[in-house]
Ligand binder design. Sequence first.
Ligand code: MLT
Length: 409
Amino acid sequence: MAYINQNYLKLKAGYLFPEIGRRVKAFQEANPTAKIIRMGIGDVTEPLPPAVIEAMHKAVDEMAKRETFRGYGPEQGYDFLREAIAKNDYVSRGCNISAEEIFVSDGSKCDCGNILDVLGDGNTIAVTDPVYPVYVDTNVMAGHTGAAEEGGEYSGLVYLRSTAANNFSADIPSQHVDLIYLCSPNNPTGTVISRQRLTEWVDYAKKNNAIILFDAAYESYISQSDVPHSIYEIPGAKDVAIEFRSFSKTAGFTGVRAAYTVVPKTLMGKTAQGETVDVYRLWMRRHTTKFNGVNYIVQRGCEAVYSDAGKKQVRALVDFYMANAKIIREKLAAKGMQVFGGVNAPYVWIKTPGNATSWEFFDTLLNKANVVCTPGSGFGKSGEGYIRLSAFNSRENVEEAMKRILAVL
Ligand code: MLT
């Protein structure tokens, strides 16, 4: 019999969203007439922008003719897209990122896990708490942690608490760590890391020769002018950070699949013998060996996101979801609930009423309002006593869900 990767046996229960799915399914089977509104997983509901659709249709037609047909493309992404990304997402914000440093992929979740292929086993790893579970689970799978402890946390990881007391923006650790996962705008809390705090993080990483894994999947939802959209807006960040970006939440691509990761050429790691190696070279090798690129049609759709029409349409899409977030925030706040986030992110983070646990309030909302939320405790210890509502929904559903929730509070 072949050996298995026993690290998987350390993983606690299922991944959060399948677990929610199981509970909702059981409820729906027991209550077949209930009209459930899903505000749990952050999945987009509105159709793709017309400019994207038009570009994808055109690309399909190209694939139908011998003269314009394309087979394998460059694994890192077509130049037309990498150049559009560098110009629009970085150079326009004063970040010195080149097209060559951009690796187009099929998702940020995948890249957050895949990046561990090129990082060693001996690193001390810091995650925030609450945290996007993928950062933790992929490290467990890679054997970078010990077993799960009683409270559900893994030995070997450094947990940086993000609570109401620090505005859900983790404090800089006093100890040394080698890898730090940061997510801003944050999933799940919907809050952001300020420019000043991000500068402190970059300084910390420089001092400690650490690497920051910066997840900016929700960057397009930033509405306040001084919030950094990219970690590369911070001087020196190119030497210490990898950035993950996604078309999923920006342009409604959750079902299409496209994202990209920036690995600057100046980012260094070291061997066990203490030699310095550029991470770029390793990531290039990994990406071109294990991945054959995002399909041409989708990459043309991504390129259209940066056209004049595409930019306007994407803005309208983001504004639409953010208007949902505003409704959620304001209605709940008016009822005396403590709400966070939802200003620079499509997630609203809500303190449960009374002393209800996250799962208790999840059950109340499911059973009494037939609304699905995400229990905060699913994101970590410090998420206990909170729930997350996603603003990705139709206006009709958001308004109806608010009516129902307010009625049970
Ligand atoms: C979420 O709801 O947290 C996200 O949809 C998960 C993801 O983007 O993978």
